[in-house]
Ligand binder design. Sequence first.
Ligand code: SF4
Length: 228
Amino acid sequence: MIFNEVFYSIQGEGLNAGAPSIFVRFGNCNLKCSWCDTKYTWQPGESDNQSVATPDVIDKIRVLSQQYSCRRLVITGGEPMLQQGEIVALKAAFQDFYIEVETNGSQSPTVEIQLSVDLFTVSYKTSNSKNESYELKVLPFAADCISKNNAPKVVYKFVVDSPSDFDEIDVLVKQYNLPREKIFLMPQGITAPELEKRSPFIAAHCLKKGYRYTTRLHVLLWGSKRGV
Ligand code: SF4
Protein backbone atom coordinates (compact mmCIF):
# COMPACT_ATOMS: atom_id res chain seq x y z
CA MET A 1 0.00 0.00 0.00
CA ILE A 2 1.00 3.64 -0.29
CA PHE A 3 1.58 4.26 3.36
CA ASN A 4 2.57 7.35 5.31
CA GLU A 5 2.56 6.69 9.07
CA VAL A 6 1.00 4.89 12.01
CA PHE A 7 0.71 6.23 15.55
CA TYR A 8 -1.37 6.14 18.73
CA SER A 9 -3.18 9.32 19.78
CA ILE A 10 -6.49 10.89 20.72
CA GLN A 11 -9.13 11.32 18.03
CA GLY A 12 -9.33 15.09 17.93
CA GLU A 13 -12.38 15.71 15.74
CA GLY A 14 -15.97 14.79 15.18
CA LEU A 15 -18.22 12.10 16.60
CA ASN A 16 -15.49 10.19 18.43
CA ALA A 17 -13.46 13.17 19.66
CA GLY A 18 -11.51 12.23 22.77
CA ALA A 19 -11.26 8.50 22.05
CA PRO A 20 -7.75 7.02 22.25
CA SER A 21 -7.17 5.43 18.85
CA ILE A 22 -4.55 3.99 16.55
CA PHE A 23 -4.20 6.09 13.41
CA VAL A 24 -2.99 4.70 10.12
CA ARG A 25 -2.34 7.34 7.50
CA PHE A 26 -2.49 6.30 3.87
CA GLY A 27 -0.50 8.23 1.27
CA ASN A 28 -1.75 10.16 -1.77
CA CYS A 29 -4.77 12.38 -2.32
CA ASN A 30 -6.86 13.34 -5.36
CA LEU A 31 -7.45 16.90 -4.07
CA LYS A 32 -5.12 19.80 -3.27
CA CYS A 33 -6.62 21.79 -0.43
CA SER A 34 -4.86 25.11 0.10
CA TRP A 35 -4.90 24.67 3.89
CA CYS A 36 -4.19 20.93 3.92
CA ASP A 37 -2.28 20.00 7.08
CA THR A 38 -0.99 16.71 5.64
CA LYS A 39 0.70 17.89 2.45
CA TYR A 40 3.41 15.38 3.29
CA THR A 41 0.99 12.71 2.00
CA TRP A 42 0.63 14.08 -1.53
CA GLN A 43 2.63 17.23 -2.39
CA PRO A 44 5.49 16.54 -4.82
CA GLY A 45 8.79 17.35 -3.12
CA GLU A 46 7.18 17.24 0.32
CA SER A 47 5.64 13.76 0.41
CA ASP A 48 7.34 11.11 2.55
CA ASN A 49 5.04 8.26 1.52
CA GLN A 50 6.44 4.77 1.29
CA SER A 51 5.30 1.66 -0.53
CA VAL A 52 4.85 -0.88 2.27
CA ALA A 53 3.47 -4.41 2.14
CA THR A 54 0.06 -4.55 3.83
CA PRO A 55 1.12 -7.34 6.25
CA ASP A 56 3.91 -5.06 7.50
CA VAL A 57 1.39 -2.27 8.18
CA ILE A 58 -0.82 -4.79 9.97
CA ASP A 59 2.16 -5.75 12.16
CA LYS A 60 2.76 -2.09 13.10
CA ILE A 61 -0.90 -1.66 14.08
CA ARG A 62 -0.85 -4.92 16.06
CA VAL A 63 2.19 -3.78 18.07
CA LEU A 64 0.46 -0.53 19.08
CA SER A 65 -2.80 -2.35 19.80
CA GLN A 66 -1.05 -4.73 22.19
CA GLN A 67 1.04 -1.98 23.76
CA TYR A 68 -1.97 0.23 24.55
CA SER A 69 -4.82 -2.33 24.64
CA CYS A 70 -6.53 -0.28 21.94
CA ARG A 71 -9.19 -1.65 19.58
CA ARG A 72 -10.03 1.53 17.71
CA LEU A 73 -8.51 2.22 14.31
CA VAL A 74 -8.80 5.51 12.41
CA ILE A 75 -7.87 5.19 8.74
CA THR A 76 -6.99 8.60 7.39
CA GLY A 77 -4.81 10.29 4.81
CA GLY A 78 -4.33 11.74 2.33
CA GLU A 79 -7.42 10.15 0.83
CA PRO A 80 -7.68 6.57 2.09
CA MET A 81 -10.63 5.72 -0.15
CA LEU A 82 -8.19 5.65 -3.09
CA GLN A 83 -7.03 2.30 -1.60
CA GLN A 84 -10.29 0.60 -0.67
CA GLY A 85 -8.86 -2.90 -1.00
CA GLU A 86 -6.32 -2.06 1.70
CA ILE A 87 -9.07 -0.87 4.04
CA VAL A 88 -10.90 -4.16 3.59
CA ALA A 89 -7.64 -6.00 4.31
CA LEU A 90 -7.21 -4.08 7.57
CA LYS A 91 -10.77 -4.95 8.61
CA ALA A 92 -10.09 -8.62 7.87
CA ALA A 93 -7.01 -8.46 10.10
CA PHE A 94 -8.75 -6.58 12.92
CA GLN A 95 -12.29 -7.89 12.90
CA ASP A 96 -13.05 -6.95 16.49
CA PHE A 97 -11.85 -3.34 16.05
CA TYR A 98 -14.04 -0.27 15.67
CA ILE A 99 -12.90 1.15 12.34
CA GLU A 100 -13.40 4.76 11.29
CA VAL A 101 -12.48 6.13 7.86
CA GLU A 102 -11.90 9.83 7.22
CA THR A 103 -12.57 10.75 3.59
CA ASN A 104 -13.19 13.76 1.38
CA GLY A 105 -16.28 12.04 -0.05
CA SER A 106 -15.16 12.08 -3.67
CA GLN A 107 -14.86 8.30 -4.05
CA SER A 108 -17.73 5.83 -4.29
CA PRO A 109 -17.38 3.11 -1.68
CA THR A 110 -17.77 -0.51 -2.73
CA VAL A 111 -20.42 -2.58 -0.94
CA GLU A 112 -17.61 -4.55 0.69
CA ILE A 113 -16.12 -1.44 2.24
CA GLN A 114 -19.48 -0.16 3.43
CA LEU A 115 -19.83 -3.39 5.38
CA SER A 116 -16.25 -3.23 6.70
CA VAL A 117 -16.29 0.24 8.18
CA ASP A 118 -18.09 1.31 11.37
CA LEU A 119 -18.03 5.05 10.72
CA PHE A 120 -17.29 7.19 7.68
CA THR A 121 -16.43 10.78 8.52
CA VAL A 122 -17.02 12.53 5.21
CA SER A 123 -15.28 15.88 5.03
CA TYR A 124 -16.51 17.45 1.80
CA LYS A 125 -14.19 20.25 0.75
CA THR A 126 -15.95 23.53 -0.04
CA SER A 127 -14.57 26.39 -2.13
CA ASN A 128 -12.44 27.70 0.77
CA SER A 129 -10.15 24.72 0.02
CA LYS A 130 -9.53 26.19 -3.49
CA ASN A 131 -10.38 22.87 -5.16
CA GLU A 132 -12.75 22.55 -8.10
CA SER A 133 -16.16 21.60 -6.76
CA TYR A 134 -16.92 17.88 -7.05
CA GLU A 135 -19.82 15.50 -6.64
CA LEU A 136 -20.30 14.18 -3.13
CA LYS A 137 -20.62 10.45 -3.59
CA VAL A 138 -23.43 10.47 -1.12
CA LEU A 139 -25.81 7.81 -2.36
CA PRO A 140 -23.95 4.82 -0.97
CA PHE A 141 -23.46 6.90 2.16
CA ALA A 142 -27.23 6.97 2.59
CA ALA A 143 -28.32 9.56 5.07
CA ASP A 144 -30.18 7.05 7.20
CA CYS A 145 -27.48 4.39 7.02
CA ILE A 146 -27.02 2.98 10.51
CA SER A 147 -24.37 0.55 11.72
CA LYS A 148 -25.17 -2.66 13.59
CA ASN A 149 -25.03 -1.10 17.05
CA ASN A 150 -27.48 1.62 15.97
CA ALA A 151 -24.77 4.29 15.89
CA PRO A 152 -24.44 6.61 12.90
CA LYS A 153 -22.51 5.01 10.07
CA VAL A 154 -21.81 8.32 8.35
CA VAL A 155 -21.24 11.85 9.57
CA TYR A 156 -20.29 14.92 7.56
CA LYS A 157 -17.66 17.41 8.60
CA PHE A 158 -17.14 20.81 6.99
CA VAL A 159 -14.02 22.89 7.56
CA VAL A 160 -14.96 26.54 8.13
CA ASP A 161 -12.56 29.34 7.38
CA SER A 162 -14.87 32.36 7.58
CA PRO A 163 -18.58 33.15 8.01
CA SER A 164 -18.83 33.49 4.23
CA ASP A 165 -18.58 29.67 4.07
CA PHE A 166 -21.95 29.15 5.75
CA ASP A 167 -24.16 29.83 2.72
CA GLU A 168 -22.31 27.23 0.65
CA ILE A 169 -22.48 24.65 3.44
CA ASP A 170 -26.20 25.24 4.00
CA VAL A 171 -26.87 24.82 0.26
CA LEU A 172 -24.90 21.54 0.18
CA VAL A 173 -26.74 20.22 3.23
CA LYS A 174 -30.04 20.95 1.49
CA GLN A 175 -28.91 19.70 -1.93
CA TYR A 176 -27.80 16.33 -0.56
CA ASN A 177 -30.54 16.14 2.06
CA LEU A 178 -28.00 15.59 4.85
CA PRO A 179 -29.51 15.18 8.33
CA ARG A 180 -28.46 18.19 10.39
CA GLU A 181 -27.66 16.11 13.48
CA LYS A 182 -24.95 14.38 11.43
CA ILE A 183 -23.30 17.65 10.32
CA PHE A 184 -20.17 18.85 12.10
CA LEU A 185 -18.65 22.28 11.53
CA MET A 186 -15.00 22.57 12.43
CA PRO A 187 -12.65 25.57 12.43
CA GLN A 188 -9.81 25.64 9.95
CA GLY A 189 -6.46 26.03 11.72
CA ILE A 190 -3.32 24.33 12.93
CA THR A 191 -2.74 26.50 16.01
CA ALA A 192 -4.85 27.07 19.11
CA PRO A 193 -5.24 30.84 18.40
CA GLU A 194 -6.56 30.10 14.89
CA LEU A 195 -9.15 27.70 16.31
CA GLU A 196 -10.04 30.14 19.06
CA LYS A 197 -10.56 32.97 16.56
CA ARG A 198 -13.01 30.98 14.41
CA SER A 199 -14.86 28.97 17.07
CA PRO A 200 -17.34 31.63 18.28
CA PHE A 201 -18.91 32.36 14.87
CA ILE A 202 -18.97 28.63 14.05
CA ALA A 203 -20.66 27.74 17.34
CA ALA A 204 -23.22 30.49 16.72
CA HIS A 205 -24.07 29.04 13.29
CA CYS A 206 -24.33 25.52 14.76
CA LEU A 207 -26.81 26.80 17.33
CA LYS A 208 -28.81 28.56 14.63
CA LYS A 209 -28.99 25.56 12.27
CA GLY A 210 -28.88 22.58 14.66
CA TYR A 211 -25.50 21.35 13.42
CA ARG A 212 -22.80 20.01 15.72
CA TYR A 213 -19.64 21.92 16.54
CA THR A 214 -16.27 20.20 16.77
CA THR A 215 -12.88 21.59 17.63
CA ARG A 216 -9.53 19.91 16.88
CA LEU A 217 -8.39 18.54 20.24
CA HIS A 218 -5.01 17.34 18.94
CA VAL A 219 -4.23 20.88 17.73
CA LEU A 220 -5.16 22.35 21.12
CA LEU A 221 -2.96 19.74 22.82
CA TRP A 222 0.00 19.47 20.48
CA GLY A 223 -0.27 22.09 17.72
CA SER A 224 0.82 20.78 14.32
CA LYS A 225 3.26 18.21 15.72
CA ARG A 226 3.15 14.94 13.75
CA GLY A 227 2.57 11.47 15.15
CA VAL A 228 0.57 12.44 18.22
S1 SF4 B 1 -8.68 16.14 0.91
FE1 SF4 B 1 -7.64 16.05 2.91
S2 SF4 B 1 -5.62 15.15 2.49
FE2 SF4 B 1 -6.50 15.77 0.52
S3 SF4 B 1 -5.63 17.79 0.15
FE3 SF4 B 1 -7.63 18.07 1.17
S4 SF4 B 1 -7.21 18.20 3.38
FE4 SF4 B 1 -5.37 17.33 2.34
